[in-house]
Design a protein around this ligand. Structure first.
Ligand code: AMP
Ligand code: MG
Length: 335
């Protein structure tokens, strides 16, 4: 009998079916401030998942801003540091993503992330003067990287929260490849990687959460790809006056991005880039995000707009199915 179950995640649902005759190996962990679910099928699946979990924990130890002894914390505290090669690699990639997105993705937004503290215990709405005082500290020109040596201008800091989980998913994919896993699916807090197909040869089914409800807006049939969702609904707080403030900051204004999008899902061959781009395209808003896709290419998109549309790139039109009970309207983005 075919087993069927769904795993509820913060922003993407992975709809999984069993590993043929054999039971799939599953592992869940809490790391990088989120729940992660890893599934793999076939010989060596258990060992692959254990290695993947160890890798994710090791990466958190490098990239965390809340662990005092992480590479990122040392760099932010000291202003300069000799880094683990992987931290340096991710910072270098962050710089190139900042350049590609015109600064919409910018890891030097860290002082503003701390000021708003949306994902912390004591979020608050800062005064405009407090934001303005920090704006001169934001900009990738303040981060200097030379091999594994990094330094920051006075008062500046970096936050890898918008790209670290994507990087971790790249590493999980590498572990699966090295161990010969041909069928698996992982979701690292909404950063999804699907390896191969399901064991029966059919694509994996990845559901994009309805940003306005408990269900999902659409399902994607996917194989061998990364799919990363960013949205205002994922992490936010409500101010005393009832206004909701979310965790994706617009580096140009210093405040949560005033986006006409509810969520952005980026699909592509790199988890890190998909993660950085999903954050950046949310900041950009619909028109600019679609223009970026046309200019840049190399990835696919699902945008959910505030006025109730699911807009996907043409390559996804055959792979995307709207949820049956949804009021969203499906549109294809013109090339
Ligand atoms: P994500 O959930 O991948 O969209 O990333 C959001 C997280 O990245 C936030 O919680 C911050 O830690 C950080 N962040 C917020 N705004 C930006 C931005 N514009 N560029 C880079 N990182 C950001
Ligand atoms: Mg991101």
């Amino acid at each position: 009998m075919r087993r069927f179950w769904a795993i509820a995640l913060s922003c993407v649902l992975l709809l999984l079916s069993g590993c043929g005759a054999a039971a799939p190996e599953e592992l869940t962990l809490f790391a990088m401030d989120t729940y992660m679910t890893l599934t793999a099928c076939g010989d060596g699946a258990k060992d692959a998942l254990e290695e993947a979990a160890q890798r994710i924990n090791a990466l958190e130890q490098l990239f965390s801003r809340t662990r005092e002894d992480s590479d990122v914390s040392r760099l932010n505290r000291q202003g300069s540091a000799s880094l683990h090669p992987e931290t340096a690699e991710l910072l270098a990639l962050s710089l190139s993503c900042a350049e590609a997105t015109g600064g919409a993705f910018d890891v030097t937004v860290a002082p503003l992330v701390s000021l708003w503290n949306v994902t912390g215990d004591t979020p608050r709405v800062p005064a405009r003067e407090e934001i303005d005082a920090l704006m001169p500290l934001v900009g990738v020109e303040h981060l200097h990287l030379d091999g594994t040596s990094a330094s920051l201008d006075e008062g500046c800091a970096v936050d890898l929260g918008g790209i670290a989980k994507g990087y971790a998913s790249d590493q999980v994919a590498a572990i699966f490849a090295a161990r010969g896993i041909r069928s698996g699916a992982v979701s690292l807090g909404g950063n999804v990687y699907v390896c191969g197909t399901r064991p029966d040869g059919t694509p994996w089914r990845v559901a994009v959460q309805d940003p306005q409800g408990a269900g999902y807006a659409c399902i994607l049939s996917l194989q061998d790809t990364f799919a990363v969702t960013s949205g205002a609904y994922q992490r936010n707080f409500t101010a005393p006056d009832g206004t909701v403030y979310h965790h994706i900051l617009d580096p140009a204004t210093g405040a949560p991005a005033q986006s006409d999008l509810l969520s952005v899902t980026v699909l592509g061959a790199s988890g890190s880039v998909a993660d950085a781009y999903s954050t950046a395209l949310f900041v950009m808003g619909q028109r600019q995000a679609e223009a970026f896709w046309r200019a840049q290419g190399g990835f696919s998109l699902v945008l959910i707009t505030a006025d109730g549309r699911v807009r996907c790139t043409p390559d996804l039109s055959e792979q995307l199915t709207l949820s049956e009970d949804t009021s969203y309207v499906l549109e294809v983005i013109s090339p």
